[in-house]
Design a protein around this ligand. Structure first.
Ligand SMILES: NC(=O)c1ccc[n+]([C@@H]2O[C@H](COP(=O)([O-])OP(=O)(O)OC[C@H]3O[C@@H](n4cnc5c(N)ncnc54)[C@H](O)[C@@H]3O)[C@@H](O)[C@H]2O)c1
Length: 276
C-alpha cells in the first residue's frame, strides 16, 4: 500500500507497549497505512512479573520498522503506571509529529512471579492494565478534543475481560480478570465523554496470542506445557494461539473510517472463546 494515500495518511497514532508483540504489529500496520507513530514502551523488566518486558533494542526495531514503512516515529521510554512521565512522553510526541488522532492503549502484563504475594500480584496487574490505560488516554484525549479533528481509541482488554472462566481466587487470576474487565468500564465511560468530539472508543478482546506474554517459562511451568506452547484453553475454532496480526486486523478496522459509526463496542477476536 502507498502510505501517502493509505487510510491513515496524515494521522498520528500513539501506541503503548509498542516495542514488541501486538503493539509492534499494530504500529507497523498503521505506518503501512500512512500514519506517523508515537511509540511508547517501558523497555525494562517489572519486578514481580515472571517474564521479561521488552528492551530498548526492541523499541529501536519497532521504530526502524515504522520508518521502513514510510512513517515518522517519535519513540519514548515511559512506564504507563507513571502518569507524569507518560504525559511528558506523549506531549513530546505530539509536538514532534503534529497532534494525535489514534490511541492504542495496548501495554499490559500477565503472569506474576511466584515470589510475590497474591495481594501484590492482584495490585500490580490493576496498576499496569487498568491505571496504565487510564493514564494513556488522559495523556492524549485533551489534545484530541482541542484539535477538533475527531479520532479513534482502542483499548486492549482480553477475552478474560469478558468472562471469568478459569478464575481460581488467586491474585494472579483475579488481577488479570478484574483489570481487563475494568478496561470495558473505561471504554464505555469514554465513549460517552468523547462522542461529542467525534472521537470513538472501543475495546478489543483477544484470546491467547503468540507473544512473550504467554510463550515463556513461567506460563509453561504453571500449565505444565513446553515454553513454546500454550495448553488448549478451549477456543471454539480449531486454533490454539492467534497471531498478533489477527488482532491488528481488527484494531486497524476499528480505527479506520470504515468503522466511523462504531463506538462503545467490546469486540472479541477470540476464535469463539467467549462464545462457549
Ligand atoms: N498474549 C496474549 O495471549 C494476550 C491475550 C489477550 C490480551 N492480551 C493483551 O494484549 C496486550 C499486548 O500484550 P502482548 O501479547 O503483545 O504481550 P508482550 O508482553 O509481548 O507485549 C507487551 C508490551 O508492553 C510493554 N509494557 C508492559 N508493561 C508496561 C508499562 N508499565 N509501561 C509501558 N510498557 C509496558 C512490554 O515491555 C511489552 O513490549 C496486553 O495488554 C495484554 O494483556 C494479550
Amino acid at each position: 500500500m502507498d502510505a501517502r494515500t493509505g487510510p491513515q495518511a496524515g494521522r498520528v497514532a500513539l501506541v503503548t507497549g509498542a516495542a514488541r508483540g501486538q503493539g509492534r504489529s499494530h504500529a507497523w500496520r498503521l505506518a503501512e497505512q500512512g500514519a506517523d507513530v508515537i511509540a511508547v514502551d517501558i523497555c525494562a523488566s517489572i519486578e514481580g512479573v515472571a517474564y521479561p518486558m521488552a528492551g530498548h533494542d526492541d523499541l529501536e526495531e519497532t521504530a526502524a520498522g515504522i520508518r521502513a514503512r514510510g512513517g515518522r516515529v517519535s519513540a519514548h521510554i515511559a512506564d504507563v503506571r507513571d502518569g507524569d512521565a507518560l504525559g511528558k512522553a506523549v506531549a513530546a510526541g505530539i509536538a514532534e509529529l503534529g497532534g494525535v488522532d489514534v490511541v492504542l492503549a495496548n501495554a499490559g502484563i500477565g503472569m506474576a512471579s511466584p515470589d510475590i504475594t497474591e495481594a501484590r500480584a492482584f495490585r500490580d496487574q490493576l496498576e499496569v492494565n487498568t491505571v496504565g490505560v487510564w493514564n494513556t488516554v488522559q495523556a492524549a484525549a485533551p489534545t484530541m478534543i482541542e484539535q477538533g479533528r475527531g479520532g479513534a481509541i482502542v483499548l486492549t482488554s482480553s477475552s478474560m475481560g469478558l468472562t471469568g472462566r478459569g478464575g481460581d481466587g488467586s491474585g494472579q487470576s483475579d488481577g488479570y480478570i478484574a483489570s481487563k474487565h475494568a478496561v470495558v468500564g473505561l471504554m464505555r465511560s469514554w465513549a460517552h465523554w468523547l462522542a461529542p468530539h467525534s472521537v470513538r472508543v472501543n475495546s478489543v478482546h483477544p484470546a491467547g496470542v503468540a507473544t512473550t506474554m504467554v510463550l515463556n517459562d513461567a506460563v509453561a511451568a504453571r500449565f505444565s506445557v513446553p515454553a513454546d506452547e500454550m495448553p488448549d484453553v478451549g477456543n471454539l475454532l480449531p486454533v490454539g494461539l492467534l497471531a498478533p496480526e489477527d488482532i491488528t486486523a481488527a484494531v486497524a478496522w476499528l480505527v479506520s473510517d470504515e468503522a466511523r459509526y462504531v463506538t462503545g463496542v467490546a469486540l472479541p477476536v477470540d476464535a469463539g472463546f467467549t462464545a462457549r
